[in-house]
Write a protein of this length. Sequence first.
Length: 261
Amino acid sequence: MNETRSTTDVVALDPDGYAPVDHPGVTVPEDRRCWSASWPAYAPVDITPPELRAETLARHVPDWVADGCATPDLVRDWEQRQAVALVPFQLDGRGLPLNPQGRTGRTGRNLGKWGESAAADPIVVAGSGEQRRVLLITRDDIEQEAIPGGMCDPGETAPTTLSRELREETGVDLSDHQPVILGRDLVDDWRNTDRAWVASTSALYLLPTTVTAVGADDALDATWYPFGSLAQLEAAVSEAGRTLYAAHRPLLQRALDHLAK
């Protein structure tokens, strides 16, 4: 039987064999995505950026990196990480973490941790009816409109991350508000690989009216958009000459579904 071999798109690798961090990876057929599907020839591309490679980490570990380990086999607390994961994940026969969504076509990491990196996404909605608005930021890394939020700091709980990230990125302090937890899910983040991925706690904050919001920290801007439907939001974002971050569309739709109950 001829074995289907994975091949990368035509891309220039650097001298050490790494692909650009935004490389889409090798094509993974749907019937090969599950880890239980045999695929001996699977050869994902490594998208680890220079600052997270072994030779660099040996000299300096960036402040945003929780794992100073250059490779996942050096991590020693996988059992503990599995116990607190937002989304359950397994280890392979070598004791390495497996993305719960299956093969991605990419390996290495462009995140602060191996395995799951926990994040929190506060969805802030103000007003009702035709006056309903949702607060989005312009991310500085991809310059798209997105929900405020970010990675949990070591030892930080999701509620703390939700209010901290919102305050840091928009100046809006809702630490005295009790949000509605909408879900704990994997995020279709552009940095995800087979060995490192993002899972997030999404929560809904409801306000009677909009409040002043100013982009700061990782946000270039903070804007209130009409939020009667996802289509209306996307049209408003497009009219402003911007693009809605695709990975946050399901979270925003979940908020709309909750509001429609």
